[in-house]
Ligand binder design. Sequence first.
Ligand code: FE2
Length: 227
Amino acid sequence: MLFRQLFDTKSSTYTYLIASAKGREALIIDPVEENVDEYVNHLKELDLKLVKVIDTHIHADHVTGASKLKNNTNCSTVMGENSPAETVDIRLKDEETIEIDQLKIKALYTPGHTSDSYSFLMNNYLFSGDTLLINGTGRTDFQNGSSKDAYNSLFNKLLKLPEETILYPGHDYNGKKSSTIGNEKKFNPRLQVDSVDQYIEIMSNLKLSKPKMIDTNVSRNLMLGSI
Ligand code: FE2
């Protein structure tokens, strides 16, 4: 398997390029529009054919590169079935699997950060979008976010995965690249709660400012970034 973790410095977004070494088919998770040329260069350098591009959810802090990649490579766009974006080619249900050559990627519906948030599991790699971050969790104060749903997605779904599952989040603001489910269970301060009510209280007291350009980003992402 080929794997590259790419970083967008402006939005601190992680983008993942995954490919089967055999059939040369590739998948990109959470591309950023401004970096599409860089992704295309990676694909060329590794002699890969991009077949699918996944957005874990409708992002508020950057514009997805999905449409631009589709125009460039003719790949299919993929999101969970709860996505409000109308132009998605493949809409996955909870627990549904897609394949890239012999690699299997399973969609897990993990609402809370937004109502359309999915995580993706490939073997023991978990791409959690903004549902679970390293030492943090996704905010729940816009785009139909719900702290109660987030608690359920975290405690009844992602944290039930084997402790050695490697966590690859959608963002990191402190230079961390990966973690494990076991580490997050033990050390993530947001997860050291005894009840859903306690989690809701923590999330309602965060007092975060709105992301810059949220309205433009969301409206463009509802069309997967096409202009
Ligand atoms: Fe997000």
